[in-house]
Ligand binder design. Structure first.
Ligand code: FAD
Ligand code: 2HG
Ligand code: ZN
Length: 499
């Protein structure tokens, strides 16, 4: 019981509503992109949408502003309408109409995406999923949860906690992002090392297709090998193949014991040594392995007024354990820390299972993205790299951008080989943009890494897809898109390159 309570407290850290001083340039002015051959919205369309939804669920004018700009203020669309359905049938009616009228649409969840995928590029119709927020059923025996796609991740977490379960993913944006947005981006997050990605946890989806048809792929079972596993098409396809309206998710049992260590290290080689030792000594109870470099921690402590639990080191790591026996887990964690200290792998550290201390540690990690954004414009790269070369890219980019950048930082899910490289500048400039792109993607590709580890492709990366995928793979993706959305009305200008 006590620990369920602890989990709830830890999970309260969320993406704060953040408003930057500057509104970004319109996407069509900043980037070379041409509007597709879609019809422009007219008064008759608005009246029709008002006949499907109630009038107050059809937003126009300045009410659409916040739906046109992404969280990192990197893109800005010019949509004139935001629709807020409550049911799958309403989504179906909307999409059926848009399909017939050749109006492009953008499904939007919590709008916390980091690749410019969740907002319009031109005047696409925004379908906000925020009112599709019903949790339909939680089965405490099987751990299977069925809900609409617009449930905010943190709300889902609280609801399943009541039944002794946890959602198998946890992100710094949990207070705002939707579970449907998570599924559509195949979000990773802080505990992927333990619970795997959503392709494993999502048991079923319901989606509205580009022609408005409802495709029911819901399943109440972990085991269901009946034909092609079509649900996977909607996991990570970023709203380009259908609009996810419901899903069935397997939620694991909440651990009785959670322990956390925050440690300081002198070099990246020691980060790798610590990871190896943690895997050996903590084994099955290890639930998170994060790495933070000094500039990243400096950003979150100064910009968000937080206290580092230890003094300054070039690198920091967070190790979390989740298990069923607190004494056993604590002993294992303490032995690991003692051994790592004796071997001079780590030089300093704290371990705790006190909820407020754990919350502070997580806050200093989860608020890095927000802190960097407070410092200026952020060029963000989310890449998978071989661990042996994991941190080299930070030095290479630092050297390349020199004094153009206020700060270059590297942090992330080192346990999953996922680096978050951030370049913070005073403001967006074409000069810096050209310095870092395609440099970062070429660098990643040479190491056979992935140009998008967990955030997706969105608007920012379609032209770089070839750095991670073969021409044959891209061609097949285009054929699938063409089969499922021949009019290309679902989230155009995103995910796939135009030519
Ligand atoms: P949105 O941003 O609204 O949309 C994202 C994409 O999914 C868009 O292409 C949109 O069209 C599509 N989409 C949304 N809902 C639907 C739907 N119902 N049907 C079809 N398509 C849909 N990401 C990680 O992977 N790991 C992290 O650790 C992580 N941490 C973050 C921390 C912070 C502070 C922030 C701001 C972001 C973080 N993110 C992280 C990125 C982001 O939160 C995730 O990508 C998240 O899954 C997006 O969910 P959303 O509901 O906000 O989706
Ligand atoms: C995280 O892990 C997110 O905190 C955001 O994926 C990463 O801001 C970033 O670069
Ligand atoms: Zn991340």
């Amino acid at each position: 019981m006590l620990l369920t309570k602890q989990l709830k407290i830890i999970n309260r850290v969320s993406a704060r509503a953040f408003s930057a001083k500057e509104v970004p340039q319109f996407t069509k002015d900043r980037y070379p992109v041409k509007r597709g051959n879609y019809n422009a919205l007219n008064d008759h369309d608005i009246s029709h949408f008002e006949s499907i939804l109630e009038k107050h669920r059809v937003l126009t004018g300045s009410d659409t502003d916040m739906y046109n700009i992404d969280w990192i203020k990197s893109v800005r669309g010019a949509s004139n309408v935001v629709l807020k359905p409550k049911t799958t049938e309403e989504v179906s009616e909307i999409v059926k109409y848009c399909h017939a009228q050749k109006l492009a649409v953008v499904p939007q969840g919590g709008n916390t995406g980091l690749v410019g995928g969740s907002v319009p590029v031109f005047d696409e119709v925004v379908i906000s999923m925020s009112l599709m927020n019903k949790i339909e059923h939680i089965d405490e025996y099987s751990g299977i949860v069925r809900c609409q796609s617009g449930v905010v991740l943190e709300k889902l977490e609280s609801a399943v906690n009541e039944k002794g379960l946890i959602v198998p993913l946890d992100l710094g944006s949990k207070g705002t992002c939707h579970i449907g947005g998570n599924v559509s981006t195949n979000a990773g997050g802080l505990r992927l090392i333990r619970y795997g990605n959503l392709h494993g946890s999502v048991l079923g989806v319901e989606a509205v297709l580009a022609n408005g048809k409802i495709l029911n792929l819901m399943s109440n079972f972990k085991k269901d090998n009946t034909g092609y596993h079509l649900k996977h098409l909607f996991i990570g396809s970023e709203g380009s193949l259908g609009i996810v309206t419901k899903l069935a998710l397997h939620c694991p049992t909440a651990p009785n014991a959670v322990n956390l260590a925050f440690v300081g290290l002198e070099s990246f080689q020691q980060v790798l040594n610590a990871f190896l030792l943690a895997k050996k000594e903590l084994g099955e109870i290890l639930s998170s392995v994060e790495m933070i470099d000094e500039p990243s921690l400096m950003a979150s402590t100064t910009m968000c007024n937080l206290q580092s639990p230890i003094q300054k080191y070039p690198f920091y790591m967070i190790f979390e354990t989740s298990g069923s026996n607190d004494e056993h887990d604590k002993e294992k964690l303490n032995n690991f820390l003692k051994n790592a200290m004796e071997k001079s792998i780590i030089v300093d550290g704290v371990a705790t299972n006190e909820p407020s201390k754990m919350r502070n540690i997580w806050e200093s990690r989860e608020r890095i993205a927000e802190s960097l954004l407070k410092m200026g414009y952020c060029f963000k790269y989310d890449i998978s790299l071989p661990l042996s070369n994991f941190y080299d890219i930070v030095g290479a980019v630092r050297e390349r951008v020199g004094s153009h950048a206020k700060l270059v930082s590297g942090y992330g899910h080192v346990g999953d080989s996922n680096m978050h490289l951030n370049i913070v500048c005073e403001k967006f400039s074409q000069e810096i943009y050209k310095l870092v792109e395609p440099f970062v993607f070429e660098y990643t590709s040479k190491l056979k890494g992935s140009i998008s580890a967990e955030h997706g492709i969105g608007f920012h990366k379609p032209k770089y897809l070839h750095y991670s995928k073969s021409p044959e793979a891209i061609e097949l993706m285009k054929q699938i898109k063409n089969l499922m959305d021949p009019e290309n009305i679902l989230n155009p200008y995103k995910v796939l390159p135009l030519s």
